[in-house]
Design a protein around this ligand. Structure first.
Ligand code: CMC
Length: 431
């Protein structure tokens, strides 16, 4: 951590505190308030952590004003164009791009772990037939801690490594199994001759009674979706994983907590909600009504896939996603896809509307991803599980970083208590 020689001075109730200012590689300076309570006997108040850095990190950087996203310093546009998902996983986990031997070894290790323990099949069968795949994933990923006892010691760097590889390797298998179970089809085992994204498509769409050949262009599009979602700094689900992990909880349980958090419609659930919204709008002539509702303070309706806590400019992932949507729909022959037409027109109108312009609300990653996934044949219920599969590497990289950080402490926020003042118990007869 780099200190500047600057300090911030805080004065209140006759006290003056000098708070050190820390210098990041990029982004605003950070006032170090760790000693504030000890020396000043006050807390800070920041619901939603809008102004609070909860940790140091070397993994991902976002410049919300510029609309920039860097993984280990590399711009997301370059990675989406030139790299591929497993290389990005290596980069996020280990900090540098791999050389040829390193990526071969890494891909080999991930590929060897793609199958899940056979007894886990029984676990799936305990879920209701129409369970949402996210519900199944929360349960099954949590249950991995009951199956892989040899990678639960978080104080052993090798066991952490094995847990990380297992998670990256098995999450696609689990997501595909959750999907197959939800539609009443048999599970499809992983096929290690396929690449990571192609194998996932195969496990989702193959059936035992006929051949399913993975279309390379679709595998590439899926790989790109995964790359774009791989990490995103200290977002809600990543912070959940870190907080769960800060108590020393086992890694599989921590990732299950991250999946649970991701499911919400303000976070990863937005891709499902966005496509449902676009379908509901249905035709271009209904867009003004949707815009009117989104602006109405008394109406809970929001434009899903719009707005972001950090990006106050275009989400760079949305730009890449929009290009991919055009490519995939062209490839699949959906030239005049009505949902894409509605999305493009909605984006055009919103970006020209004072409400959205003044609040700096731009399309986010979820605005176009659902259109691509739907064209590939995924039902909306699989959109968030695919986000979870892709984000697993981010969660596990951040978890590993936290565990290895000597300054790490259990996460324990404080509060501004506004409940009843101390009072004495009253016997029931006297109430
Ligand atoms: N439609 C209409 N108004 C909006 C929207 C929207 N999508 N997003 C924000 N606003 C308004 C909001 O009403 C508020 O207005 P005011 O200041 O007058 O009260 C202002 O913009 C700021 O919104 P906020 O809710 O205080 O901002 P936030 O940083 O807490 O929320 C957000 C960020 C992403 C939760 C929010 O923009 C949202 O709900 N968007 C729709 C859901 C969505 O697309 N989520 C995916 C995010 S990207 C992927 C991911 O993180 O998983």
């Amino acid at each position: 951590m780099d200190m500047t020689n600057k300090t911030a001075t805080l004065s209140f109730e006759g006290k003056t505190l000098d708070l050190p200012i820390l210098k990041p590689t990029h982004g605003p300076d950070v006032i170090d308030i760790r000693k504030l309570y000890e020396t000043g006997d006050v807390f800070t108040y920041d619901p939603g952590f809008t102004s609070t850095a909860a940790c140091e990190s070397t993994i991902t950087f976002i410049d919300g004003d510029k609309g920039e996203l860097l993984y280990r310093g590399y711009p997301i546009e370059q990675l989406a164009d030139k790299s591929h998902y497993l290389e990005v996983c290596y980069l996020l986990l280990y900090g540098e791009l791999p050389n040829a031997a390193q990526i071969e070894d890494f891909e080999g290790r991930v590929t060897k772990h793609t199958m899940v323990h056979e007894q886990m099949h029984n676990f799936f069968r305990g879920f209701r037939r129409d369970s949402h795949p996210m519900a199944t994933m929360v349960g099954v990923v949590g249950a991995m801690s009951a199956f892989y006892h040899d990678s639960l010691d978080i104080n052993d760097a090798w066991q952490r490594e094995v847990a990380a590889i297992r998670m990256i390797a098995k999450l696609p298998t689990i997501a595909a199994m959750a999907y197959k179970y939800s539609i009443g089809q048999p599970f499809v085992y992983p096929k290690n001759t396929l690449d990571y994204a192609g194998n996932f498509l195969h496990m989702c769409f193959a059936v035992p009674c006929e051949d399913y050949v993975v279309e390379p262009a679709l595998a590439k599009a899926m790989d790109r979706i995964m790359t774009l979602h791989a990490d995103h700094e200290q977002n809600a689900s990543t912070s959940t994983v870190r907080l769960a992990g800060s108590s020393g909880a086992n890694p599989f349980a921590c990732i299950a907590a991250g999946i649970a958090c991701l499911w919400g419609p303000a976070h990863g659930g937005a891709n499902q909600a966005c496509l449902e919204m676009l379908r509901e709008i249905g035709t271009v002539d209904k867009i003004p009504e949707a815009i009117r509702r989104a602006k109405d303070k008394n109406d809970p309706f929001r434009l899903m896939g719009f707005g972001h806590r950090v990006y106050k400019n275009f989400d760079p992932r949305a730009k890449v996603m929009k290009e991919s949507a055009d490519e995939v729909l062209d490839l699949l022959g959906f030239h005049n896809n009505p949902t894409l037409q509605v999305a493009k027109e909605l984006e055009r109108i919103a970006l020209d509307d004072d409400y959205f312009v003044s609040k700096k609300l731009y399309p986010n990653v979820d605005f176009y991803s659902g259109i691509i996934l739907e064209a590939m044949g995924f039902p909306t219920s699989m959109f968030t599980p695919i986000f979870a599969v892709s984000r697993t590497v981010g969660w596990i990289s951040q978890w590993k970083e936290m565990i290895a950080d000597p300054t790490q402490k259990i996460g324990r926020p404080r509060q501004l208590y506004i409940g009843a003042a101390r009072r004495d118990y009253v016997d029931v007869a006297a109430r």
